[in-house]
Write a protein of this length. Structure first.
Length: 425
């Protein structure tokens, strides 16, 4: 038994600790996803498709605004060799987050009467005031998480994901049992954003106090100016391409479709959250080292092979059985969700492959290409969707799914081509 444990430990420590790090993150994320899976059939019986549609609108707005909260300076935190430089990036990220959210509250205060004329804002009611709070909590967590990634503190990140799941589902279930209403789901989402902040914040504070000085903020901002200039718009285009269609579909289609779509994305987000986000964090922590050694392309290919082995069987099973089982799991009111999931499997399969390695474009200094890709994705997934909706309302769901698959396939091809070209030079 002892020799077996030694072999397992050696295997997990191979390849620069990649498997060990993934095992820690996947373990924490798996626990969080398990909580979500257990609670989901209860939540679908406490909340209606319309409630989930409002949640989808709230998450879409917060997600779009969250990518500009730190002007993407937080994603640069793991990159510098010196902690002094990384500390400055962390400070800049936190300051930017605060001022962006302050601006959002000012905009909301002065323009709220005008905004209330929009259907989706009316649906949110008073909870529109909680959008900037969600953005602030999301930006704060992101900055602290990237610092923890730099320090390879994967256990802490895993624990925060468990805390987030408990807080989210606990709040949603409590409101659902006692009063009901979509606001219970939004409250749960806010609890999810804030879950684990104390743990990551305390660990980050101890680290930062040990770094006696930091590089001048102005110098660091100039050095990493491509992140606010290019990566912010890239991420904004990417997130808008994912989230804006939900808002558009909610505007064009009156009915439970957005609720079905929201739940389908939540189910398919389980393997994405379980494997994709864990792989992303660990890939980002190791990729700069492989890039410095001129081995980033080979490293990226090896990661893609690992992801492929992990996801191909679960996605095949989902593709085949989804139309037959989800009516029993979530209740008859949600039976159509299974067809949505089955149709969306190819899209999420390509997304889970490409997303973890997408940060490689920033590591090799290809922010402009990354921005162009996301602008292309925005055009394919939002602008063309609007054109489809103008002529054929019922076709927007089909087009939304197809455009997701098309975009992530092209995205993957371009990433690999850029890495290979960079290495050959």
């Amino acid at each position: 038994m002892k020799s077996l444990l030694v072999k397992i430990n050696n295997k997990l420590n191979a390849q620069g600790g990649f498997l060990k790090a993934v095992s820690v993150l996947v373990g924490g994320t798996a626990f969080a996803q398990l909580i979500g899976l257990i609670c989901l059939p209860i939540l679908t019986r406490l909340y209606s498709p319309d409630d989930y549609a409002v949640l989808g609108i709230y998450i879409a707005i917060v997600s779009i605004l969250s990518v500009i909260a730190c002007l993407r300076l937080e994603i640069a935190i793991p990159i510098p060799e010196k902690d002094e430089e990384a500390k400055s990036l962390l400070i800049l990220s936190l300051l930017t987050n605060f001022f962006i959210v302050l601006i959002l509250y000012l905009i909301l205060f002065f323009l709220n009467p005008i905004l209330q004329n929009f259907y989706i804002i009316k649906k949110l009611s008073i909870w529109i005031w909680f959008v900037p709070l969600g953005v602030f909590l999301s930006g704060l967590y992101s900055a602290l998480q990237y610092w923890s990634t730099r320090r390879k503190r994967f256990k802490d990140i895993a624990q925060t994901r468990m805390t987030q799941a408990i807080c989210n589902n606990g709040a949603s279930l409590s409101v659902g049992f006692f009063t009901g209403g979509f606001w219970g789901l939004i409250l749960g989402q806010l609890f999810s954003f804030s879950g684990g902040l104390l743990k990551l914040g305390y660990g980050t504070y101890k680290d930062v106090m040990q770094v006696k000085k930091n590089t001048e903020l102005k110098v660091v901002l100039h050095k990493y100016q491509d992140f606010p200039k290019y990566s912010t718009f890239e991420a904004l285009a990417n997130t808008s391409a994912i989230q804006l269609p939900l808002i558009l579909i909610a505007s064009f289609l009156v009915g439970p479709e957005v609720g079905y779509l929201m739940l389908a994305m939540k189910v398919l987000g389980i393997p994405m959250g379980l494997i994709g986000s864990a792989m992303s964090q660990v890939y980002l922590s190791h990729a700069p080292t492989y890039y410095q050694k001129g081995e980033l392309f080979e490293y990226t290919i090896s990661i893609l092979k690992k992801i492929l082995k992990l996801v191909i069987l679960p996605f095949l099973i989902l593709l085949i059985i989804s139309p037959y089982i989800f009516g029993y799991i979530f209740g008859k009111e949600w039976a159509s969700v299974g067809y949505y999931i089955s149709a969306m499997v190819p899209w999420y399969f390509m997304q889970i492959l490409s997303s973890p390695v997408s940060m490689s474009l920033h590591i090799v200094g290809k922010q402009k290409i990354a921005l162009f890709l996301q602008i292309f994705g925005f055009f394919v997934r939002v602008i063309l969707l609007l054109m489809v909706a103008s002529y054929f309302n019922k076709g927007i769901l089909v087009y939304y799914v197809l455009s997701g698959f098309l975009f992530y396939t092209i995205y993957m091809i371009v990433i690999l081509a850029c890495l290979k070209h960079k290495e050959e030079k």
